[in-house]
Write a protein that binds this ligand. Structure first.
Ligand code: APR
Length: 334
């Protein structure tokens, strides 16, 4: 168990995280920061005063805390509109930023199109971490995932093991779910990894996909697998299109919690993680999804897989797409 987990952003994902950290008792204390609701300076003063007293973070913490006697969990919850709530956290999970949302005509932006707005938020996130918990291990969820992690790295320059992004666990969960559904077997039997960037170029690794230890190709034909892999790459958008109000929030939170549990309990489980590559997989100074051993120090080791030629080419293509977004980060911060 950790002493304290800080959650940055108390929206849909942040709310599930705070609730589940308490429910699973991953830490003695949860700190939740969110500046919302934002005061509009054009509003009449009395409205500004009302909004100034409201707080999503404090409200969600109080709501969860008041349920703790019912579920019998003794966890301290602290919320704030500034970054003081995450002071002294051992682990920070970053969800601050705008999610994708369906437009009135049903279309929606790509994750990369969130870059400009979420970069500004990420600079505040980095400043908050630097001031309140500079030694914390960081799991970042905000999109565009790989570029936001790259930005946090630029601003904070932490040890390689301490900064990572959550994407692969979510994308792999989606892949496994679709395989289980098509093969008509339990989700508990399916194992697979999705690597590369958290965008439409992500790489569902068929050679890693097994049903009860048996290669997936024993259960599903090539055409079905191709359709599943294509659906996996677009699965986030499928949920955005259905929800209408935002993007997936339960499965991303659970995926980040799986990573947090590995760290809190020093599990040394191998999960796909957006990690800093320094030569691994032929990439340098890039954050991309690769299998990692996760333990008490965060990323304990990056595992290099023997990918097929086709998978290798797909991984390189995906890393190239991530590089392009990171190059945009560089031009924007000039
Ligand atoms: N510091 C902390 N929190 C902030 C900041 C900031 N500087 N700016 C905005 N936030 C908060 C918002 O007030 C909001 O409550 O971040 C929260 C984000 O929550 P939601 O809008 O509900 O979005 P959510 O669905 O939780 O997704 C968060 O994760 O999956 C990604 O694309 C998604 O980038 C998005 C992020």
């Amino acid at each position: 168990m950790l002493n304290k987990i800080g959650v940055i952003g108390g929206g849909y994902i942040g709310g599930v995280l705070a609730q589940e950290i308490a429910q699973r008792r991953l830490a003695r204390e949860v700190g939740l920061v969110d500046p919302a609701p934002f005061v509009n300076p054009d509003d009449p003063p009395e409205r500004q005063e009302v909004v100034g007293k409201q707080s999503v973070a404090i409200g969600k913490c109080l709501d969860i805390a008041e349920g703790l006697p019912t579920i019998g969990k003794d966890v301290k919850l602290v919320g704030s509109k500034d970054y003081s709530a995450i002071k002294g956290a051992d682990l920070v999970i970053n969800t601050a930023g705008v999610p994708r949302k369906a437009r009135p005509d049903g279309t929606f932006p790509t994750r990369e199109e969130l870059l400009t707005i979420n970069l500004k938020v990420t600079n505040q996130v980095a400043a908050g971490i630097k001031e309140m918990c500079p030694d914390a291990i960081i799991i970042s969820i905000a999109n565009p995932l790989d570029a936001i992690v790259y930005t946090l790295n630029k601003a904070l320059n932490p040890a390689k093991n301490k900064l990572m992004g959550m994407a692969g666990q979510l994308d792999s969960g989606r892949y496994c779910y679709f395989v289980a559904e098509a093969a008509n077997v339990s989700v508990e039997n399916v194992n697979a990894m999705v690597l590369g960037g958290h965008g439409d170029t992500m790489v569902p690794v068929r050679s890693s996909c097994q049903v009860a230890g048996i290669p997936v190709t024993k259960f599903l034909d090539d055409e079905t697998l191709k359709a599943i892999e294509a659906r996996t790459r677009k699965a986030g958008g499928e949920v955005v299109g259905l929800l209408g109000f935002g993007s997936a929030f339960v499965s991303p939170a659970w995926a980040a919690l799986e990573m947090a549990e590995c760290i809190a309990f020093d599990k040394r489980k191998i999960l796909p993680v957006c990690a800093r590559l320094e030569g691994e997989y032929g990439a340098d100074n890039l954050f991309v999804g690769v299998p990692c051993i996760l333990g008490k120090n965060g990323i304990e080791k990056i595992i290099e897989l023997d990918l097929t030629d086709e998978e290798k080419a797909a991984f390189e293509h995906s890393a190239g797409a991530v590089r392009k977004t990171c190059d945009e980060v560089e031009t924007m911060s000039l």
